[in-house]
Design a protein around this ligand. Structure first.
Ligand code: NAD
Ligand code: GLY
Length: 360
């Protein structure tokens, strides 16, 4: 087992990474203020992993309630969130009842938001079961639901007490979902870790075969990078955490513009990172050879490198409604070179030219 500490001043916690952690009740029990939990899951993950988790907790005398939501980004909504509250209230869950998110980023984001507001804040544990959730969404306390007019628009910062990343759960992840997670993995290399980007160029085939050692190394590296950033800038106010949004300004526009769930989040981030690289090239900062290296790595990871042709006007309108807009100005994460990113603004001419070269 590998442990990555997240050193927040108020409530530090650990990210535990390894195979078989789902049944390590000993890691969960010390963090429960009462022997009652509500496990939030979806109808795809529940048949795979819910019984195993319940069994080890119930063997220790923990009362477990299960709340099973419909699967999909299209259900990351207010209506589905309310199903969590229905389940908590119907089972008389108290404010010391721990909410456990068992699933991918959609379940993690929704459960975290529910925990943030249920009786003004209930304890929360993340058990991420997708690559994307293990390297990104379960770490750092961003929780949210979507609104028809914008991605992740309603939410809260709310930290879990523990992240338990069981690498064995990735064995059942469909290949398209695994690739989507690889987008966020590659993102960490591009943001500020050239060594990792180059490691990925060499080891991407092993990762795509889900080689256990390569996966453990990559998940730990991503979590360490994210933990460092979040510890410096928990609420994205110090200009550090926003770098984690590389590819996301364009990516969120793709997700919303195509309809949530049509492009997976990771796929949209992949095409969004290529657009960010093309915009950086338009600014004279990044050469074509580096843009090609990014595209080659994403392609080997099974990800799209060409964005959908929504039209520049539509992209700009969608991006103008993004959370990252500051005083009406759209913020982009751009690259000075591979492994060095920064936040800035772009003229609509540069955006339009990047879209002309990066869209189908
Ligand atoms: P997801 O939660 O929709 O999971 C992907 C699919 O895999 C789903 O169909 C799910 O049921 C299935 N699945 C999950 N685990 C499985 C397993 N072990 N075996 C088989 N199937 C499994 O999507 P995701 O990619 O995990 O997360 C995407 C979401 O995360 C988006 O909503 C995005 O906005 C959010 N996100 C949040 C943050 C954050 O910081 N909070 C960061 C990145 C992404
Ligand atoms: N996924 C972006 C962040 O956690 O800040």
């Amino acid at each position: 087992m590998r442990t990555v500490p997240l050193n927040l001043s108020q409530a530090p916690y650990d990210i535990q990474i390894g195979r078989g952690l789902l049944t390590r009740a000993d890691l969960i029990l010390p963090l429960l203020p009462q022997k009652q939990v509500a496990i939030v899951c979806n109808d795809t993950v529940a048949p795979l992993y819910l019984d195993a988790l319940r069994a080890v907790l119930e063997a220790e005398g923990v009362r477990c309630h299960s709340i099973i939501l419909p699967d999909g980004e299209g259900f990351k909504t207010w209506e589905t969130l309310n199903l969590i509250f229905d389940g908590l209230l119907a089972n008389r869950c108290e404010r010391k009842t721990t909410l456990i998110a068992l699933g991918g980023g959609v379940i993690g984001d929704m459960t975290g938001f529910a925990a943030a507001v249920y009786q003004r804040g209930a304890p929360f544990i993340q058990i991420p079961t997708t690559l994307l959730a293990q390297v990104d969404s379960s770490v750092g306390g961003k929780t949210a639901i979507n609104h028809p007019l914008g991605k992740n628009m309603i939410g809260a910062f709310y930290q879990p007490r523990l992240v338990l990343a069981d690498l064995a759960t990735l064995d059942t992840l469909p290949q398209r979902e695994f690739s989507a997670g690889m987008a966020e993995v590659i993102k960490y290399g591009l943001i500020d870790d050239l060594d990792f980007f180059e490691w990925l160029e060499t080891h991407v085939d092993r990762l795509m075969e889900r080689d256990a050692d390569a996966l453990a190394f990559a998940v730990e590296r991503c979590c360490r990078n994210k933990a460092r950033v979040v510890a410096q800038d928990e609420r994205e106010t110090a200009g550090v955490r926003e770098l984690l949004n590389l590819g996301h300004t364009f990516g969120h526009a793709i997700e919303a513009g195509m309809g949530y769930g049509v492009w997976l989040h990771g796929e949209a981030v992949a095409a969004g990172m290529v657009l960010a690289a093309l915009a950086s090239r338009e600014l004279g900062q990044m050469g074509t050879a580096d843009v090609d290296r990014i595209k080659a790595l994403l392609t080997k990871a099974g990800l799209p490198v060409v964005a959908p042709a929504l039209g520049a006007e539509r992209y700009l309108a969608l991006m103008a409604g993004d959370k990252k807009v500051d005083d009406g100005r759209i913020r982009y994460i751009l690259m000075r070179r591979l492994g060095e990113s920064y936040a800035g603004e772009l003229s609509s001419d540069v955006v339009t030219r990047a879209l002309e070269s990066g869209c189908e």
